[in-house]
Design a protein around this ligand. Structure first.
Ligand code: UT7
Length: 332
């Protein structure tokens, strides 16, 4: 059977650094609250006029170069995001156009919030295994700064999010490097605990109007404690599931790259898995929660820092709105 590997990877974040102290000015919060509750010190926010696809394109170009292919080699584009350029169409056709891909390759988006990147990985893995496509561009990109409210009323979610983009190229592997397995999960009973409802057909006959905005349904809300409790349970469960499927133990894992939503969540997960803290990669202090982009950004930085290299086994895991959660085992 064919196996898929990550042949290229790249990320991009905006230049504009927003510190916790900057947020103190707009959100009735404190640096101390943000650091102690989440571990975040700063995040990047795009400047007005920058759309999600603008942020994503440099990440895509880096991944394409890193894979040593050209844009014309790409056979399919799949994007994970909750902050697309438009309500519709999706962002993938926009990326196709901005990259100058003239072939009519499939290009579509999926919506799996913070778990999106591992959902993408499973989709791409299946395409490669079946032999349907040879080079697949997967993009996790979000401009959460365009969704949050920069006021005291928005502080509960506003301080947590940042903007970022990550991309990978999947190809067939001819050696031991491969995606060993992916595991996706969901539990719709979590729908009410995290999300932004408008614009949406729930509000039929109008997806959005003044009243919907006045009632703040277009802004993200989360039941932080409930989400926290579920995240620290589900991510270790998903990793243990992947370990068992691959007949591995936690000692075989070089690094865990988990969705960066809260440093305390990462610490609690490491503790539950008996994972030494240095094997849990953390970069939330620099970028905050970039939703679909946290995992490719973290993987890219960890690789640059020499935290894993060819032949090492790494584990990815994520938890987010839906609820959705996931894990992936990769031999680099
Ligand atoms: O990526 C998707 C998945 N998301 C997550 O995994 C996030 C999971 N949840 C969390 O990370 C944490 O629950 C939060 C960081 C969101 C919040 O931490 P917490 O320790 O659960 O705080 P809390 O929501 O229970 O709020 C505690 C207090 C409240 O005040 P009272 O009621 O105790 O007086 C809030 O009003 O902190 C207050 N508060 C703030 N204070 C200063 C909430 N947001 C802020 C803020 N600055 N930004």
């Amino acid at each position: 059977m064919k196996k898929a590997k990550i042949a290229g990877i790249g990320f991009n974040v905006p230049d504009n650094v927003v510190s916790n102290h900057d947020l103190e000015e707009m959100m009735d919060t404190t640096d101390e609250w943000i650091r102690t509750r989440s571990g975040i010190e700063e995040r990047r926010w795009v400047e007005p006029g920058t759309a999600n696809s603008d942020l994503a394109i440099p990440a895509c170009i880096k991944a394409i170069k890193n894979a040593n292919i050209s844009v014309d080699d790409i056979d399919a584009i799949v994007v994970g995001t909750v902050s697309s350029d438009y309500n519709f169409p999706g962002m993938a056709p926009i990326i196709q156009q901005k990259l100058g891909i003239s072939k009519h390759v499939p290009a579509y988006d999926i919506s799996a919030a913070c778990s999106a990147f591992i959902y993408l990985l499973e989709i791409g893995d299946q395409y490669i295994k079946s032999g349907k496509y040879k080079n697949i561009l997967l993009v996790g990109s979000d401009v959460m700064s365009t969704i949050i409210e920069r006021t005291p009323e928005g502080r509960a979610t506003g301080v947590l999010f940042g903007d970022g983009a990550g991309a990978v190229i999947l190809q067939e592997s001819n050696d031991d490097s491969c995606i060993l397995s992916t595991h996706l999960f969901a539990d719709g009973s979590g729908v009410e605990h995290l999300g932004a409802k408008a614009p949406g057909s729930f509000f039929n006959p109008l997806r959005i109007d003044e009243q919907i905005v006045a009632e703040r349904h277009h802004l993200p809300t989360q039941n932080g404690r409930e989400v926290f409790k579920n995240a620290v349970k589900r991510m270790p469960e998903a990793i243990n599931f992947a370990l068992e499927k691959n007949n591995l133990s936690i000692d075989d894992i070089k690094l865990v790259v988990a969705h960066q939503a809260n440093k305390r969540i990462l610490e609690a997960c490491a503790q539950r898995m008996n994972l030494p803290s240095e094997k849990m990669f953390v970069n939330i202090q620099k970028y905050g929660n970039t939703t679909a982009a946290t995992i490719p950004i973290a993987m890219c930085e960890a690789l640059e820092q020499g935290k894993f290299s060819k032949g090492d086994i790494i584990m990815l895991t994520a938890f987010g709105a839906g609820y959705t959660w996931a894990s992936a085992a990769i031999r680099w």
